[in-house]
Design a protein around this ligand. Structure first.
Ligand code: HEC
Ligand code: HEC
Ligand code: HEC
Ligand code: HEC
Length: 662
C-alpha cells in the first residue's frame, strides 16, 4: 500500500470522523471537459417553441415528460444528494453536473448543494445542452474521418464545416483538459449558439445549425450513462482506494475509477453494438432492427421536426421521450410541481415506461413433476435492470395452487399496502448491491456491508442482473460490470431459476415485477438524513403516491389440466388474475376486438390513450362480476397512429399497444 495514502487516510480519519463526513472538496470531483462559464449562454427550452406543435412527435412534449427533463426536480435525486453531501463534503458538485448540466455550466452549482440554482436550471438535461454537445477529441484529430458530412461546409448553416467549428472550440477552450472518452459527465459543450443535430438538410431553421455525427451514436448518451466516483481509483488487484484529498483523480479514464453505473459500457460490449444491430425486437418504431440507445429510447416516428411550413416530413424523427423503466417518479413530480410541469406529458411517460417494461424481458415456464423452471431472457441493450443501482429491482413471483384453487406455495410475495417484499428462502431478486469494503469500514468506523451510501461505496458485494446479448465475462470484467457472486456463462443473456413445488400443485402463475424504488431505500433516505428535510419529504411523497407500485413486466401460467372456467389462451389463462388480451386484428383498420377476464368482482376501466398521453376513448368504466368479456373499439373517427389501451381492475393495471392504419 502506498505510504502517502496511509498518512493521508490517517489525517482524514482524524479530522473527519467526528461528524463522519469525508473532508472532500470541489477539487476531488474535478473532471475534464467544458468547465463552468466555458459554454456561453445556454437559453432555456422555452426558446425552442418551433419544436412544440404536435405532441404526437415533437421534441418538446416527449422531453417535458421525460426523467431527463425532470432530473433536477426529481425528489429521489434531491434526497439522495443530501445524503451524499452529508457523507462527503462538496459531492453535490458531481451530482449537479449531470442532473442540471445547464446550471453547472452556468456556474450556479457553487455552492455544491444547489442553493444558487435558478428556476431555469430545473429544466434538467435540456435541449440546448444536448444540441451543443460535441464529441471530445484531441486537438487536430478528426473523430469522424469516415463521415464526409462532418468535414463538408455544405452541411451547415455557416461557411465552416462542423469539424472546423468543433475544433475551434476544443482548441480555444478545453485543450488543457480534454476528456479521455465520453463518460462520467465529462461533456464538451460549445459556446457558439449553432445547434448540432442529426440531419444534413434542416429546412431553414430559426438558428444556425451544424450536422452532427455525434448525435447519431450511443457515445452521445454514454457521456452521462457511465457514472463513476472519482474519489476512488482502481488498484491492480481490482480493489479501490481513496485518492489524495483536495486533488483531482490521477486518471479520468472511467475504468480507472469506481463504477456506479455502466449502462453505456454494457451496451458497448453487447451484440447491439454492431452496424446491423438486432432485428425482430419490439423497439425502434419505424426501424426494423435496433442498435443504438437512440434506436430504443428515441424510437423513429413519422412527422415534421419543426412547425415551419417547409419542414419536410421524415420517417426517422427521433421521439424525445427517453423512456426507461421509471413508472413512479413522474407521478411524484406531477403531484409535487403542478404549476411547472405538464401532467399529460408525465402521465404519458408512465404509460410508455410500462410498455417498455413489458417488452424488456421474455419468460418461459417448464414444469416437470414438482420442478418449476423459470427462464427469463433480457431483451434490452444493457443489463436488466441497468443504471441506477439503489432501490431498483426486478423479482420473480411464483404462486402455485391445488385443485381447489387454494394457494399452496408462493415466492416473492409483495404487499402493496405495506410495500414489503417478503425475502423468502426461494426468492429471486435481480439487483446490484454496492457497499463499503472491509478496509474502508475499518477507517470509517463503519461495518463492511452492502450500503446505500452512494459516495462512500467502494466495492460491489453482488450483482446478478441479467447480462445483454453478446455478454462475455472478460469484456464485462474490463468495464467493471462483471456478475458478482453469481455465475453467468459467456453468451448467456438469460437466467434460469428452479423452484420445488408441493406435489399437489395443479396450476402455477409466474409474474416478473419491476419496482422503481424500494421501501428500504426511501426509509434509508428518511432515517439517515441528519441535515435537512429532503428525505422526509421523499418519504411522504412515496406514501402518498402508491409507494412505488411494482409493474408486472410479464405474467405466464401453467396448468396441469386446462381450467374448466376459462378457455386457454396464449398468455394469461387463469381466472385468478384479471387480464386483457388483444383479440385482433393488430394493426387494425377500423375495428379491433379485446377479450378480458375479470378475477374479482369490482370496478373495471378500459381506456384508450393517444401516444401523446391524451385520453381519447373510454371503452369500459363500470362494475363487473367475475367472468370473461369482450369489447370492440370502432376507431372510424380516429387518425392513424399508435394508441395505448389501459386496463384497470382491482388486481391488475396493464397496458397494451395497438396500431391503427387507415
Ligand atoms: C455522470 C452523470 C451522473 C452523475 C455524476 C450523477 N448521476 Fe445520478 N443519474 C445519472 C443517470 C444517467 C441516471 C439514470 C439511471 C437510471 O435511470 O437507471 C441517474 C439517476 C439517479 C437517481 C435515480 C432517480 C430516480 O428517479 O429513480 C438518483 C437518486 C441519482 N441519480 C442520484 C445522484 C446523486 C446523489 C449524485 C451525486 C452523488 C449523482 N446522481 C450523480 C447520471 C449521473
Ligand atoms: C439527451 C439529449 C437530448 C435532449 C435533452 C434533446 N435532444 Fe433533440 N435530439 C437528440 C438526439 C441524440 C437527436 C438525434 C436522434 C436520432 O437521430 O435518432 C435529436 C434530434 C432532434 C431533432 C431532429 C428531429 C428529431 O426529432 O429527431 C430536433 C428538432 C430536436 N432534437 C430538438 C430538440 C428540442 C427542441 C429539445 C428540447 C425540448 C431537445 N431536442 C432535447 C438529443 C437530445
Ligand atoms: C434493445 C433496446 C435497448 C437499447 C439498445 C438500449 N436500451 Fe435502455 N432500456 C431498454 C428497455 C426495454 C428498458 C426498460 C427496462 C429497464 O428499466 O431495465 C431500458 C432501460 C433503460 C434505463 C433505465 C434503467 C432503470 O431501470 O433504471 C436507462 C437509463 C437506459 N435504458 C439507458 C440506455 C442507454 C444509455 C443506452 C445506450 C447505451 C440504452 N439504454 C440502450 C431498451 C434498450
Ligand atoms: C447530461 C447527462 C445526460 C446525457 C447526455 C444523457 N442522459 Fe439520460 N439521464 C441523465 C440523468 C441525470 C437521468 C436520470 C434523471 C432522473 O431520474 O432523475 C437520465 C435518465 C435517462 C433514462 C432513464 C429514464 C427512466 O425511466 O429511468 C433514459 C432511458 C435515458 N436517460 C436515455 C438517454 C439517451 C437515449 C441519451 C442520449 C441521446 C441520454 N440519456 C443522454 C443524464 C443524461
Amino acid at each position: 500500500m502506498n505510504k502517502l495514502w496511509i498518512i493521508h487516510v490517517c489525517l482524514y480519519w482524524f479530522f473527519s470522523v467526528l461528524n463522519a463526513q469525508v473532508a472532500t472538496t470541489i477539487e476531488d470531483f474535478f473532471l475534464p471537459g467544458s468547465q463552468p462559464l466555458e459554454s456561453g449562454n445556454l437559453s432555456t427550452p422555452a426558446s425552442c417553441s418551433c419544436h412544440q406543435f404536435n405532441s404526437n412527435f415533437d421534441a418538446y412534449f416527449g422531453w417535458q415528460g421525460s426523467m431527463m427533463g425532470q432530473a433536477m426536480r426529481d425528489q429521489l435525486f434531491i434526497a439522495t444528494m443530501s445524503i451524499a453531501i452529508q457523507d462527503a463534503d462538496s459531492s453535490g458538485e458531481l451530482c449537479l453536473r449531470c442532473h442540471t448540466p445547464t446550471g453547472w455550466l452556468s456556474g450556479r452549482s457553487d455552492p455544491p448543494d444547489g442553493s444558487a440554482l435558478i428556476e431555469e436550471d430545473y429544466t434538467g438535461v435540456n435541449c440546448l445542452f444536448c444540441h451543443r454537445m460535441v464529441m471530445p477529441s484531441e486537438v487536430d484529430e478528426n473523430p469522424f474521418p469516415d463521415d464526409p458530412g462532418y468535414t463538408n461546409p455544405d452541411y451547415t448553416s455557416t461557411n465552416f464545416s462542423t469539424y472546423h467549428a468543433d475544433s475551434v472550440y476544443i482548441t480555444d477552450f478545453i485543450s488543457a483538459h480534454i476528456p479521455p472518452t465520453t463518460a462520467n459527465g465529462m461533456f464538451v459543450v460549445t459556446s457558439d449558439d449553432e445547434r448540432r443535430g442529426p440531419y444534413s438538410d434542416p429546412a431553414n431553421p430559426n438558428h444556425g445549425y451544424y450536422y452532427s455525427h455525434f448525435h447519431k451514436i450511443s457515445d452521445n448518451c454514454g457521456t452521462c450513462h457511465d457514472v463513476s466516483n472519482p474519489v476512488y481509483s482502481r488498484n491492480s488487484d481490482g480493489s479501490y482506494s481513496l485518492n489524495t484529498l483536495g486533488e483531482p483523480a490521477p486518471d479520468f479514464s472511467p475504468y480507472e475509477l469506481f463504477p456506479v453505473e455502466r449502462t453505456f459500457s454494457e451496451w458497448k460490449m453487447s451484440a447491439y453494438n454492431t452496424p446491423e444491430g438486432i432485428s425482430g425486437t419490439a423497439f425502434g418504431g419505424n426501424k426494423t432492427s435496433v442498435s443504438t440507445c437512440q434506436d430504443c429510447h428515441m424510437a423513429d416516428v413519422t412527422g415534421k421536426g419543426a412547425s415551419r411550413g417547409n419542414a419536410p416530413i421524415r420517417n426517422d424523427l427521433g421521439l424525445h421521450d427517453f423512456t426507461g423503466g421509471n413508472t413512479f417518479m413522474p407521478l411524484v413530480i406531477k403531484a409535487q410541481h403542478p404549476l411547472t410541469t405538464n401532467a399529460i406529458a408525465l402521465d404519458s411517460t408512465v404509460n410508455k415506461a410500462t410498455w417498455m417494461l413489458r417488452h424488456a424481458a421474455t419468460m418461459e415456464l417448464t414444469v416437470t413433476d414438482t420442478d418449476l423452471e423459470v427462464r427469463i431472457q433480457n431483451e434490452t441493450g444493457h443489463k436488466l435492470p441497468s443504471g441506477y443501482p439503489e432501490g431498483r429491482r426486478i423479482w420473480i413471483n411464483v404462486q402455485a395452487f391445488d385443485e381447489t384453487a387454494q394457494l399452496i406455495f408462493e415466492s416473492g410475495n409483495y404487499n402493496p399496502d405495506t410495500a414489503v417484499l417478503t425475502h423468502d428462502p426461494h426468492i429471486k431478486v435481480y439487483e446490484i448491491k454496492p457497499g463499503i469494503s472491509k478496509a474502508l469500514a475499518a477507517l470509517l468506523g463503519k461495518t463492511a456491508v452492502p450500503s446505500f451510501h452512494f459516495v462512500l461505496n467502494d466495492t460491489i458485494y453482488s450483482d446478478n442482473r441479467i447480462p445483454p446479448r453478446g455478454f462475455t465475462n472478460v469484456n464485462f470484467e474490463e468495464i467493471q460490470s462483471p456478475p458478482v457472486a453469481y455465475p453467468y456463462a459467456d453468451e448467456q443473456f438469460w437466467d434460469i431459476t428452479h423452484y420445488t413445488l408441493p406435489e399437489n400443485r395443479k396450476s402455477v402463475i409466474v409474474t416478473l415485477y419491476y419496482q422503481t424504488t424500494s421501501k428500504e431505500y426511501v426509509e434509508f433516505l428518511r432515517d439517515e438524513n441528519s441535515t435537512d428535510s429532503n428525505g422526509q419529504e421523499m418519504y411522504t411523497l412515496w406514501e402518498q403516491n402508491g409507494k412505488s407500485m411494482p409493474v408486472a413486466m410479464i405474467q405466464k401460467s401453467w396448468e396441469d389440466v386446462p381450467s374448466k372456467l376459462f378457455t386457454q389462451n396464449s398468455e394469461n389463462s387463469l381466472s385468478r388474475i384479471s387480464s386483457l388480451r388483444i383479440y385482433g386484428p393488430n394493426p387494425f383498420n377500423s375495428q379491433i376486438k379485446f377479450e378480458y377476464m375479470i378475477a374479482k368482482n369490482g370496478p373495471v376501466k378500459i381506456t384508450v390513450f393517444s401516444i401523446s398521453g391524451k385520453k381519447v376513448a373510454e371503452l369500459i368504466d363500470h362494475y363487473h362480476s367475475k367472468g370473461k368479456y369482450s369489447i370492440n373499439w370502432s376507431a372510424d373517427n380516429f387518425s392513424s397512429g399508435t394508441y395505448f389501451v389501459r386496463f384497470n381492475t382491482l388486481d391488475v393495471n396493464d397496458i397494451q399497444k395497438v396500431i391503427l392504419l387507415k
